[in-house]
Ligand binder design. Sequence first.
Ligand code: SF4
Length: 609
Amino acid sequence: MQAQLLERAKGLPKSPGVYLMKDANGRILYVGKAKSLRNRVKSYFQKVGALPGRTRLLVGKIAEIEITVTTTELEALLLECNLIKKHRPRYNVRLKDDKNYPYVVLDFTDPFPQFRITRKVIPSPKLKYFGPFSAGVHEIGRFLLKTFQIRDCSDQKFRNRTRPCLNYEIGICTAPCVALVSQEAYGKQIREAVLFLKGKKQILLRDLKREMGRASDKMEYERARTLRDKIAAVEKITEKQGAILSDTHFDIDVIGFYEHDGDLQWVVLFIRSGFLTGRRAQRMNLAFETLEDAMRTFLEQFYSVSLIPDEVWVANDFADRINLEKFLVDRAKKPVRIRVRRNEKGMRLLGMAQQNAKLLYEEGSKQSLDSASVQLQKILELKDCPHSIEGIDVSNLQGTRPAVSLVHFADERPLKARYRLYYPKTVEGQDDFAMIYETVLRRFGKPDPPPPDLLLIDGGKGQLQSAMRALDELKVEIPVCSLAKARTESAFTRKNVERSEERIFVPFRKNPIVLKEGHPALALLQRVRDESHRFAITSHRKRRDKGTLRESALVEIKGVGEKTRQKLLIAFGGLESIRAASVDDLVKAGMNRTSAQRLQEQFSRPEEE
Ligand code: SF4
């Protein structure tokens, strides 16, 4: 196979582009970009023996290569970034902590802007973001309310108020909702808040002091007192911070890293208008990328979810720096520079970031030796640490349609975007084994999203075997185990289980593994199992509430009384069928035509979440 792939690589164009490496089942294993597709792809198959272990493992699994030619390297970079985000290939470098950071956002959609705290950056000319803040973002939120009286209510609430809310009563809002403040005066509040959030505190204090002087000259003593309090509050919060770069108003991210044993620890120091406002640390496996590739991948992934500053400082130059700079400009729609800083200021801050990275790496290594996933790896005798775990749970909620929930945990934390709820298509009644079998077939029968490092089934041996049967049929190799709930003494039928703790079943092992309550590995499995159960219940509840809402909507329509409602439910068997029925069908079932038309209109309106 490798000889064939080498031949295929030799025939590829020498142009820039993106390559996708797939396994025999069509699953995307790796996405990469290249200046010359031919040279890059060829390099994987020329001296396989000389490749690092993990790369060799990848090359051994490749069955197919797909390429997309681009006209420039920048295009290739953009495409690669999108494809990695979409497919999350198993062999691409992944940040272990890819959660988003908190920002303060001022929303200018309304002439009276509101502020919110958010973790999601949505590029829009109407949204102005400040941060990220590693800590104290809620303190900043409170400060904006107390000192600048910026509204924090939703636009919907704002538009529907007839009286101000409690915020006005306690003096933290000027109540633009009922026009107790003019647009001009509120605009001034916003300008002050922006100066504060941008770190331009000297300008803010100068303006406030001038205004206080004018108020006092005009003998407006109450206003002068309010301004005096505002100045004191800004001075107090400013005192807590010292400027780290006194001569800049730029937003700068300083990047430091430490590499050891194929692991990279990153640290980003956020410098906003000269002040160090926070720090973020991320760790990634170097996998088989070079350090230069890892640098590019890190910056690409990091700035896909973080606000892009005016400058990014790095200690060393790397091959893709200029392309990456263009990529950031393209995303941020403003000038952005990636600067290699070797002057005194740069060395000082970059040195600080590197030092932080080393310390964090050492701390993290100590902790990761004891982490729950590492312990689970040992207990289940897995080849790799289960960084990603998927949990499957069959819900038996009375009176509702059976469903199977699937939850995903990445690095011991829930990743809700990957949660799914499956309604059985081929199973009649409540047959848990068949439902697990069907769900595993449906989930892993598709190449995307990539499989987890461990699959956890809620239940005992029977449930585990149903999952294994489906995986065998699909020829998908994923470590799998099941977790059975604790049993009471009277429920024991076999002597070899002597305690009533939760039991972990693994394939081809007669007796379950029993860990002490509170064991980190057991606690991790319990969290995944409980989360899948919680997800099943809440999803069911939402559906049921929507159903009830819709059912009650039946009665609210003129001409639909209790009798008609019953008739319709008997004739069609449920709301979904009533919704699908034509006006003629509804008339046949006993409604008059006008009510039938009204009912259809009601059902064709979008559902509210
Ligand atoms: S007083 Fe009005 S504008 Fe202010 S927070 Fe309350 S509802 Fe919003």
